[in-house]
Design a binder for this molecule. Structure first.
Ligand code: PEP
Ligand code: MN
Length: 262
């Protein structure tokens, strides 16, 4: 179902009226994790003003250490939905367990993170619902494995899948992950599904987010997902890669010009 062969035209996925793919380009922005009401509402307002089309924020966080901040869970989702109401932006957040699905009722786009890309039972459950799914690439997965994971969701009847390249693990340690820009034209060749790029997790370093975002557009990405925090130095997760609202606004000026060029 993900194969271009049986579906020659690009697919546009509709997220509460906002489209990604089929020529429609969107930027998803917001903090790594939902922390407080003030943080969430301030960041939401600022990214909207700068031109973001969707709002992100994590409530269930897949952290490497069990002692690190794990997210605010249902309280976080409540704050995210408040920010959605205040701004009118559709919201994106990560799911880690299918048993949490009832909590995700007001969520517009459900994210599967890199660590769960091959959690096949979770993918099957997401195939049974009709909400759009943002499927991030497994950090050690090939393009064909990634497309097969999309297939797991689509096989169940849910064909609203957006792919997200977020960097893969290589021998390079200067960056958090290695952004695989070549995945974008390759996915476009193999599949009709929209593909976006997350330059925040791909680099892990604030100054690299803007140049990689622009490169992703040149490579043909249908959108971007970028982490933004109102006080990155105090962020509970991923501060070093988070843009300030001012930095995001700066990036967006260039994003819009680059979009026009391509
Ligand atoms: C995220 O987007 O919040 C996230 C945890 O990303 P990834 O799954 O790509 O690490
Ligand atoms: Mn993050």
């Amino acid at each position: 179902k993900a194969n271009r062969k049986f579906h020659p035209n690009d697919t546009a996925v509709d997220i509460a009226g906002v489209k990604i793919g089929g020529g429609e380009f969107q930027v998803i922005a917001g903090p790594c994790s939902i922390e407080t009401k003030e943080q969430m509402t301030e960041v939401a307002q600022k990214v909207k003003e700068a031109g973001a089309g969707l709002l992100r924020g994590g409530a269930f966080k897949p952290r490497t250490s069990p002692y690190a901040f794990q997210g605010l869970h249902d309280e976080g989702l409540r704050l995210l939905l408040e920010a959605k109401k205040a701004t009118g932006l559709p919201v994106v957040t990560e799911i880690m367990d299918a048993s949490h699905l009832p909590l995700f009722e007001g969520v517009d786009l459900i994210q599967v993170g890199t660590r769960n890309m091959q959690n096949f039972e979770l993918l099957k459950e997401l195939g049974k619902i009709d909400k759009p799914i943002l499927l991030k690439r497994g950090m050690a997965c090939t393009i064909d494995e990634w497309l097969m994971s999309a297939e797991y969701i689509m096989a169940g009847g849910n064909e609203n899948v957006i792919l997200c390249e977020r960097g893969i693990r290589t021998y390079e340690t200067a960056v958090r992950n290695t952004l695989d820009l070549s995945a974008i034209p390759m996915i476009k060749k193999k599949s009709h599904l929209p593909v976006i790029v997350d330059p925040s997790h791909a680099t892990g370093i604030r100054f690299m987010v803007e140049p990689m975002a622009l490169a992703a557009i040149a490579a043909g990405a249908d959108g971007l997902m970028v982490e933004v925090h109102n006080n990155p130095a105090k962020a509970l997760c991923d501060g070093p890669q988070s843009l300030t609202p001012e930095g995001f606004d700066h990036m967006m000026q260039k994003v819009m010009k680059t979009r026009d060029f391509f």
